[in-house]
Design a binder for this molecule. Structure first.
Ligand SMILES: C[S@@+](CC[C@H](N)C(=O)[O-])C[C@H]1O[C@@H](n2cnc3c(N)ncnc32)[C@H](O)[C@@H]1O
Length: 267
């Protein structure tokens, strides 16, 4: 029997990247090869066909850029700690597990209840039902010591500016010296959401506009890398089908593409 969905409005958006990864896995040349996503889509009672448009491949390309931030971190710190804040039904741990990383996946209780139907905790893998905006998970993550990479992909975009800046300031103070990867969307993207077909059938809308990720440095963060879809890491670009590379290079000059950025900060 398929799992029924009881998710809040923002939580429902996790089904977009899930479907994107499933379609990618079914493609002749897959970027992520996430065959688990196909199984999850089959196992969930939801009309995924309502999602169309560039956000589906976009969520796959985005995930591949974030994956590389994690790979780079683990290459430097093989037994470091990774925390995916707002993980949804991501399979990133399975994709990137190097055998020594300590990994936490955190999401709000309704999403975590869905996630727990399909995933289980393991020796180095722990799921936490919680919020990126609360601090109750900080100790659990920090108690092991050592370097931490926090990542939050397509989560903060859905919240108002003051809440995002507040939480980023708190994370910067608590995780000094650690890294934080997150995506930012510029005004053009925010102002054209209604033209994005994935939003036609769901109520959630993005709220946080950030035209320049460097403005987050006044919260105690140092920007290490900032990439649009036109500037993936070299190793990542090689995994993308030619059509995306050819399309995105010129498109990267448009405000829609250049304004959506995947960023890596040091706290
Ligand atoms: C667009 S989905 C992204 C999911 C995942 N990061 C991915 O890329 O596949 C947004 C996610 O934010 C999560 N979320 C919503 N409110 C949250 C909060 N306060 N703290 C942590 N995660 C939250 C949702 O449950 C959902 O999984």
């Amino acid at each position: 029997m398929q799992a029924k969905i009881e998710l809040g409005d923002i939580q429902e958006t996790l089904l977009i990247p899930l479907y994107g990864r499933a379609r990618d896995a079914a493609a002749k040349r897959s970027v992520l090869g996430d065959s688990t996503a196909i199984e999850l889509v089959d196992a969930i009672d939801y009309d995924f066909g309502r999602f169309t448009g560039p956000s589906l491949p976009g969520s796959v390309l985005r995930a591949s850029i974030f994956d590389q931030y994690v790979r780079d971190f683990l290459a430097e710190h093989p037994d470091g700690t990774v925390v995916d804040l707002g993980c949804g039904l991501s399979t990133r741990f399975d994709r990137l597990d190097n055998g020594t990383v300590r990994w936490f996946d955190l999401d709000v209780p309704d999403t975590m209840a869905l996630r727990r139907k399909f995933f289980s905790d393991a020796e180095r893998y722990t799921m936490i039902a919680g919020s990126i905006f609360e601090e109750d998970w900080y100790e659990q993550v920090a108690e092991r010591g050592g370097p931490v990479l926090l990542l939050s992909e397509a989560v903060l975009l859905y919240f108002p500016d003051e809440r995002v800046r507040d939480v980023l300031g708190r994370l910067a103070r608590r995780f000094v010296g650690d890294r934080i990867a997150l995506d930012t969307g510029g005004a053009f993207m925010m102002n054209h959401q209604e033209q994005n077909p994935v939003f036609a059938s769901i109520p959630a809308r993005m709220q946080w506009t950030c035209d320049d990720p460097r403005t987050l440095e006044d919260l105690g963060l140092t920007l290490l890398e900032s990439r649009s879809f036109g500037q993936p890491q070299k190793a990542v670009a090689r995994t993308w089908p030619w059509k995306y590379r050819l399309l995105l290079r010129p498109a990267a000059r448009t405000p829609m593409v250049s304004g959506y950025r995947m960023n890596l900060f040091q706290a």
